[in-house]
Design a protein around this ligand. Structure first.
Ligand SMILES: [Cu+2]
Length: 147
């Protein structure tokens, strides 16, 4: 009898966190941060954000230890020019993904506390509208100039 009760308790402990994850969080892969240009304390971060759950989620916040201020941006074409503007939230569709990439949606890091060099790693934190927080270790890489 004692054994059976312990088994049930162990199952409950494993199942509860998994259920919560499936509903409220996103997974982040392919994350990277662009190496800073000398003299500039601004850069951008990119990632693929997937939503394994069955309801749409929104990324409503982004933060980085190295940046004083972080915004989510989108690039849009205005005639021959690309222009970027802040967005309040990025929707990640249920069972789908959003790609944050050069020339599209991206995360902008302002007021960097130090220059970022290829080879180091920066911690990024994303927050969803359901209150989940996802941390990712983003390697710093050289990239094209286009943000
Ligand atoms: Cu930007």
């Amino acid at each position: 009898m004692t054994n059976r009760r312990m088994f049930v308790a162990a199952c409950a402990a494993v199942l509860l966190p998994l259920g919560a994850v499936a509903q409220s969080t996103v997974t982040v892969s392919g994350v990277w941060v662009r190496e800073t240009v000398p003299g500039r304390n601004v850069t951008a971060a990119y990632a693929v954000v997937e939503n394994p759950g069955s309801t749409d989620l929104q990324i409503t916040g982004a933060a980085a230890e190295v940046a004083g201020r972080v915004e989510m941006h989108e690039m849009t074409r205005a005639g021959d020019m690309m222009k970027m503007s802040p967005v309040k939230a990025i929707t990640v569709p249920a069972k789908g993904k959003v790609e944050l990439k050069p020339g599209g949606l991206h995360i902008m890091l302002f007021d960097l506390k130090r220059p970022l060099k290829e080879g180091e790693t920066v911690e990024l934190t994303l927050t969803t509208d359901k209150g989940a927080t996802v941390k990712a270790q983003a390697p710093v890489k050289k990239g094209m100039m286009m943000q």
